[in-house]
Design a protein around this ligand. Sequence first.
Ligand code: ADP
Ligand code: MG
Length: 138
Amino acid sequence: MTERTLSIVKPDAVAKNAIGDILRRFEAAGLRIAAAKLTKLSPETAAQFYIVHKERPFYQDLIKFMSAGPIFVSVLEGENAIAKNREIMGPTDSKKAPKGTIRGDHGTDVEKNAVHGSDAPETAKWEISFFFSQADVH
Ligand code: ADP
Ligand code: MG
């Protein structure tokens, strides 16, 4: 089934000049870039994006991290895009992520883990509309 998912190259990976390497991995896996932009989240906007985690002990740190520098946001489209993207990303904790995954190669720890990817069709829809108007998804 053709799906769309939201991807974010987080501030740590943008600062490492890894945007190109990360996009290359998506394209090599057969995912098509349907929308993209470099932007920067305010703390308020980061708090809204991660509202699902508001009760978690790491919420404030996550807001600080995600608003610390520019991010590269894209919509990926393809067969099973949501699961495929999460497979390419690797597990949340970069220290446990295998080499060859984005988090294993570019992340640092459980927080600074280089990329975000939607986890389900409903969240993908919400996250895509959080960043892109319909006219900017091609
Ligand atoms: P994922 O990004 O793999 O879907 P979660 O949705 O559980 O993971 O968490 C969202 C983000 O919050 C993670 O990508 C990471 O940046 C941060 N995070 C998750 N767990 C922790 C933790 N235990 N300590 C600090 N930051 C965390
Ligand atoms: Mg998540």
